[in-house]
Design a protein around this ligand. Structure first.
Ligand SMILES: Cc1cc2nc3c(=O)[nH]c(=O)nc-3n(C[C@H](O)[C@H](O)[C@H](O)COP(=O)(O)O)c2cc1C
Length: 350
């Protein structure tokens, strides 16, 4: 297995229909799911030559941490359904690859357990804003107290998208999601539907401003697509944004994230970090995203396929191959450093 597609194919051969549909699937007709991947092919890299690329540095600095590459592990729920190594294995794999992991609220391990398993990995915590404020605050407090360095508040999911593969397979997660169970005051596994029933669909910008004020960690908003929302995020005090459509799992029919990124990056104009996720499968995809204004990207399914194939070691192999692809692509693009990738390194395909 030498690329992400190989791992995807292998994982699809290993997983049962229910978890496979949950991991691979998107909402509705899965147009956005497909577009996220396909749209990268509409951007082409424009290399510069005769640049000394004997030393290439793909690292980036984000929120005071130096990461070995501009690619982080996206928050993905229920990782123990892919492999018993679960989120602890994923966090260790991210650390071994020199990058950060964002832990989902719907993880099968608590923030504290993942911190204990991977104390040296840069960790961010993805938050769903539950209607019960005390529960939301307790989650933030646990993440803060266990050394997470940022809160990634997901804002594209006031309700779960309609994921038809799950309806067809009748998929129900049968593993524990301790943070959610605590929120429910229950000790039995919870269904996806129950989780999203806890999320507060009334949340608006003014409350976000209060959260940003009260939280000692940067709040990164994940799941916005419109430049006007990036402007509101900055006004509310957000420390960053992730241009994301939840990997095509929420509102079907929205643009590919790589196509939404340029306008958001232009609106933000360097005031806060801009990240993106969705459809990144190659090191060259990462370079396109950097050229269009991203400071870094997140990858969801690629690392998950690695985990499914060979647990922590498989996730590490996927992250390492992406690291090597990014490094080689930087050299061939004529950029000795990730920070040197500019808008002129990419052209729209004609
Ligand atoms: C199986 C699965 C579960 C996910 N769970 C979460 C989650 O709990 N919280 C969240 O903010 N995003 C979640 N996401 C979205 C990812 O964080 C990310 O936005 C998306 O996977 C990026 O697209 P990619 O898979 O093409 O890289 C999930 C994605 C998948 C595939």
């Amino acid at each position: 297995m030498i690329n992400v597609a190989d791992f995807e194919q292998a994982a699809k051969g290993l997983l049962e229909a229910g978890p496979l549909g949950y991991f691979a699937g998107g909402a509705g007709d899965e147009r956005t799911l497909r577009r996220n991947v396909e749209a990268f092919a509409e951007w082409e890299l424009m290399p510069r030559v005769l640049v000394d690329v004997s030393e290439v540095d793909p690292s980036v600095e984000l929120y005071g941490s130096r990461l070995a590459m501009p690619l982080l592990v996206a928050p993905v729920a229920f990782q123990r359904l892919a492999h018993p190594d679960g989120e602890e294995g994923m966090a260790r794999a991210a650390g071994a690859a020199g990058t950060a992991m964002c832990l989902s609220t719907i993880a099968t391990a608590t923030p504290a357990a993942v911190a204990a398993a991977a104390p040296d990995t840069t960790r961010w915590f993805q938050l769903y804003w539950f209607s019960d404020r005390a529960v939301t605050e307790a989650l933030v407090a646990e993440a803060t107290g266990s050394g997470y360095e940022a809160i990634v508040l997901t804002v594209d999911s006031p309700f779960a998208g309609r994921r038809e593969r799950d309806l067809r397979t009748g998929f129900e997660a049968d593993v524990a999601a301790p943070a959610v169970q605590a929120a429910l005051g229950s000790d039995r596994p919870v269904s996806i539907r129950e989780v999203f029933a806890l999320v507060d669909p009334t949340l608006e910008w003014n409350e976000l401003a209060a959260l940003c004020d009260s939280c000692e960690l940067p709040i990164i908003l994940k799941g916005l697509m419109a430049p006007a929302d990036a402007e509101l995020a900055i006004e509310a005090g957000a420390g960053g944004v992730v241009v994301s459509n939840h990997g095509g799992r929420q509102l079907d029919g929205v643009p590919a994230t790589i196509d939404a990124l340029p306008a958001v990056a232009e609106a933000v104009a360097g005031r806060i970090p801009v990240l993106m996720d969705g459809g990144v499968r190659r090191g060259t995809d990462v370079l396109v995203a950097l050229a269009l204004g991203a400071d870094a990207v997140l990858a969801g399914r690629p690392a998950l396929w690695g985990l499914a194939v060979d647990g922590e070691a498989g996730a590490q192999r996927v992250l390492k191959l992406l690291h090597d692809e990014i490094k080689l692509a930087l050299a061939l693009l004529g950029c000795p450093a990730a920070a040197g990738v500019r808008r002129e390194h990419v052209v729209r395909r004609r």
